[in-house]
Design a binder for this molecule. Structure first.
Ligand code: LMR
Length: 398
């Protein structure tokens, strides 16, 4: 039976990582997968996480099953971090948070929940979006449609077009939003625009599904939750897919959670039983190690304060790199205007290159981006940025 299976090309983002790993060029630069890197080019563990992990291991007495919700202290701490400890819906019991294997796991559970709630539902995602969104939802039987989002000419948000499209959506639709640090384009709605989007969600009755993968990487841990908090205030229902991969730098531990806001506490409890039923048929229970570490961290005031400064350091470094890159490109003689990089945020921006130019960067200079020319800005450092700007100049000149 299994010999019927044909080889499948690698995932566009993960495939770039393995191609990069095989490249012997000492000047190679990986602008592909979204992992934070420090000046030395490595992805460090956070001190707050290392210390919390030591404490967690010292205190741990069993590795018996935890049950379908996973680490409950982690779930409640994540809910407070995301919605705020004084959130009315949280205090009223209208929010249930369940640990998942990473943010991707949360998205997959979200997709299955949408499918279970309404087998005819479709999900609308921004054009463009994280490529995995385009396959996670159909894999669970939820067709994907797109709404306008990014204007390639101006490297900014197509806000009016986005709103016109969302005005057509209704109760049979789910609409996916990136809470902050849009992946792949780095462009987010501003506060006033989020107000208008959340008003529209309440008016039209579609279900917002918020992907919260980069909390703390755009403005601050608090401000990056604006979309979630507005939807929670205005809409009876909401799904949030949370990832701890980036802001706790625990990528390989696969730490995430799905939070569901429902119209009543009873409905939230009912929905949670559906989540448990769906995950039991899949991975049965979520893995505990990473969430147990974050549970310790978020319940210790000193470790939490340290973690907050570490998130600020990562965010500031990316913003500084954006400014340095814009300036270096400007003085390099490259004619094109790259100042948009400084108006965008988070790890990613599009470089505005076509596929031929992307391939040239890869083949001639060992500089790896995905074919869309999405670049992970966090991968630059003082040793590689000039090499990159010179290569960029060459591919743009021809
Ligand atoms: C990315 O977009 O590069 C990250 O979210 C990592 C991934 O799994 O694709």
């Amino acid at each position: 039976m299994l010999d019927q299976l044909k080889a499948i090309p690698p995932d566009p983002i993960l495939g770039i990582s393995s191609a990069f790993a095989k490249d012997p060029n000492p000047n190679r630069i990986d602008l592909g997968i979204g992992v934070y890197r420090d000046e030395s080019g490595s992805t460090p563990m956070l001190q707050s996480v290392v210390e919390a992990e030591k404490r967690m291991i010292a205190a741990q007495t069993s590795k018996s099953y935890l049950g379908p919700t996973g680490v409950t202290g982690f779930n409640s701490a994540m809910a407070e971090l995301t919605f705020g400890a004084n959130c009315e819906a949280l205090l009223a019991g209208r929010i249930r948070t369940v640990q998942t294997p990473g943010g991707t796991g949360a998205l997959r559970v979200s997709a299955e929940l949408v499918k279970a709630a309404n087998p005819a539902a479709r999900i609308w995602v921004s054009e463009p979006t994280w490529p995995n969104h385009l396959v996670i939802f159909p894999a669970a039987g939820v067709p994907v449609e797109t709404y306008p989002y990014f204007d390639k000419e101006t490297s900014s948000l197509r806000f009016d077009d986005m709103l016109s499209s969302l005005r057509q959506r209704g109760p049979g639709d789910a609409v996916l939003f990136h809470a902050c640090c849009h992946n792949p384009c780095g462009v987010s709605p501003n506060a006033g625009q989020w107000e208008a989007i959340s008003d529209l969600a309440a008016e039209r009755g579609f279900l917002p599904v918020v992907d919260l993968a980069y909390q703390g990487f755009e403005k601050s841990l608090e401000e990056d939750n604006l979309a979630v908090r507005l939807f929670t205030q205005k809409c009876p229902e909401l799904i949030v897919a949370m990832s701890c991969s980036k802001n706790f730098a625990v990528y390989r531990e696969r730490v995430g959670a799905i939070a569901v806001v429902a119209a009543s506490a009873q409905k939230a409890a009912d929905i949670e039983t559906n989540i448990h039923s769906l995950t039991r048929k899949n991975y049965s229970m979520p893995p505990a190690h990473g969430p147990a570490v974050i549970n310790v961290l978020l319940h210790d005031a000193d470790l939490t304060a340290l973690w907050r400064t570490e998130v600020t350091t990562m965010r500031n470094r990316i913003n500084t790199l954006r400014a340095i890159l814009v300036e270096k490109i400007r003085i390099s003689g490259i004619q094109q205007d790259f100042s948009f990089l400084q108006r965008q945020s988070g790890m990613f921006s599009f470089l505005g290159l076509n596929v031929t130019q992307v391939r040239r960067l890869r083949e001639e200079f060992s500089i790896y981006t995905v074919d869309s020319a999405r670049a992970n800005i966090a991968s630059f450092n003082t040793r590689n940025i000039d090499y990159f700007v010179a290569a960029l100049g060459k591919v743009l000149a021809d």
